[in-house]
Design a protein around this ligand. Sequence first.
Ligand code: MSK
Length: 641
Amino acid sequence: MSQHPISSDPATVKAHQHAREQNLTTVWERHEAVKPICAFGDLGLCCTICYMGPCRIDPFSAEEIRGACGAGRDTISARNFTRAVAAGTAAHSDHARGICHTLIETGQGKAQGYRVMDLDKLKRVADEHGLKTADVSFADLAVRLGQRLLENFGQSEGSVSFLKRAPKGQQERWERAGVLPRAIDREVVECLHRTHEGVDAEYRSLILQAVRCALADGWGGSMIATELQDVIFGSPRPIRSRVNLGILKKDQVNVVVHGHEPVLSEMLGVAAREPQMLEYARSKGAEGINLSGICCTANEILMRQGFPVAGNFLQQELAISTGAIEMMVVDVQCVMPGLQQMASHFHTKLITTSDKARIPGIEHVPFNEHEALDCARSILKNAADNFVRRNQASVDIPEEVMDLVAGFTAENTFHHLGGTFRSTYRPLNDAIMSGRLRGVVGVVGCNNVRVQHDYNHKTLVEELLRNDVLVVETGCAAIACAKEGWMRPEAAREIAGKGLQEICEVVGIPPVLHMGSCVDNSRILIACTEMVREGGIGEDLSQLPVAAAAVEAMSEKAVAIGLYAVASGITTFFSPAPRVLGSPAVYEYLTQGIEKDFGAHWVFEADPHEVARGIIAHLDQKRTALKLEPMKYQQPLARTA
Ligand code: MSK
């Protein structure tokens, strides 16, 4: 692992050095320029909610300081936290709303190029929602399911429909705490209402509303997005591909998709393989079209179509600085406005495609699902036309590239563990009960410029693997570990503890399983639910030897994910901490008190070695409670940031 202060990934270090040699500015330089980071804001003690302020609360003051309205540190911190959860939930859920519409239009034959690829899942989810599936055409069923799931956003009665998938014990906890989400939009709106000046001032009441909103994300918006994307684009299956900046090709038209929504990128994937498009690229002097991705749009086209991944969040500008990208197509979320400045130094065309997301100085090419395939073809042609403007002499692509296997889901992963004839979670539960596996941990989330790029993810995961913990990943964390080679089946032999190694070798899976994009954290909820259903390792999610970690968290979505994991009974290790450290009461509730309500809590710990030790201790504690054999602890390998 590289010891360079900005990144533990050699490709990133090289690309950054190259960018600096050309006087190009990236997120690292901008971050230096905005220092010192505002401590009031960082602690959650700056209130910008009304226009009497902003009010800042000095946490070290001898007297109690309050904002102009009288709000103290607990209220201010809880309001800030609740707003972050609402924004994160809104992001995932608005994505889901779009997918509902795409399914409806697919069924109506109005979405050019789309068709229902996973008919079984369409039927299963429709069944689950009480829709008649016999003697109904798949097209009609798609329309009805899309409409039914859309009700989750604004219904005036009942609760979010996928909640009933959760184990009974979990549902009872939610009911007791009064946090069953009613409708997705309603919970987001109520968070905003309660945090408006002069409404809810009681920190616990605010946080319980944040919980209700986060559950509407995990068991609502995110789960709807995952399930319907599987229905429309096909459920992923294990698939080989490659990762890191070295996947960019000097002799091909490089098109990079970035953001989160797969609706356009799936069509770009279809168009990029069409003979006439390849012929067009050749007519411009290129050998072909190399479609790849950054962040979660990358994860989406990787999982289903095996397109390579150029990098994760902190690599987005560096990908352009290679000088090799003809077109970067961005949609929503995690897209830095700084891309515009970087692209302005190169021939790279940067285009926004979502009506919800524009960047000053960037061409907007509205994406229209009715003409999706034509739109994709036109973007690729435009990219190919741009190939002739590339200055090949200045292209500098780092050589680092790594093989990987992605495409694991709650359904297919444990089909693999069970073998062809036993597609159940029994073998996974048995492996945990017999002590070959210590437990399962979801390592998810972003990169954050405040943390050495990828270092925390890799340090944590390495220690977990040595200690026989099966790791499942999504988002930028998954890309970090893929770059390190841990998503190759042979990595088990190189790095995993004996028990995990045995399982990976018998089944032929890597020790770290790529389960997709940020919304696909819902796959992890389902996998945990299946473990409970299989029996023997706990009656609800809070009793399972499982945990979650987001150790380079950056976005409000990560905060929403962390909260729905905890509220679902999964103890979550999270850093940098959300902005609650300025309120001892909010901190105490999130890290301890919440356990009584939901059976899990947050741990805010920055050192990844400490996180690993904490997770292992947590899994061992759960094992002891289940009366399972204790397991030996393997010391970490010496690594420094
Ligand atoms: S892309 S939300 S930086 S994981 Fe999903 Fe990566 Fe975090 Fe964005």
